[in-house]
Design a protein around this ligand. Sequence first.
Ligand code: HEC
Length: 105
Amino acid sequence: MTFKCYECHPVDGVPGLPEPTVAAAEVIKLGGEVSKRRTYGELVAAIIHPSLARTVTSVVSNGEELEMPNFNKEMTVAQMLDLVAFVHPRYLRLKPLYYDDYYGP
Ligand code: HEC
């Protein structure tokens, strides 16, 4: 709550967070089914180095990119680790479409 991450990010499987305040097209859900599962390190990097560690293409609206803010001055390492530990298990790798056919039901 302290960092208002919810203004841009809903978290998959976590109801009851305040609604995002950015335009709908700019909302980036954390967790859920993704084509490539995020490693712990990628999520740490996404938080402490947002401009370098782009795992998600920033959304463009009105020709402007939405930047993930840098929280490094306000956030403690313990807070960052808590956030990553919370979000990491919520990322699920999408099953490839051919999976069931390939291996049988
Ligand atoms: C002003 C909007 C905004 C806020 C507030 C914000 N983020 Fe982000 N976040 C973004 C954008 C845009 C991206 C994707 C582009 C990038 O990484 O710069 C992103 C990407 C991420 C990713 C990578 C997502 C993925 O699936 O790989 C994580 C993790 C993340 N944010 C966590 C957080 C956390 C934790 C907070 C609160 C401490 C937070 N964000 C606050 C805009 C925001």
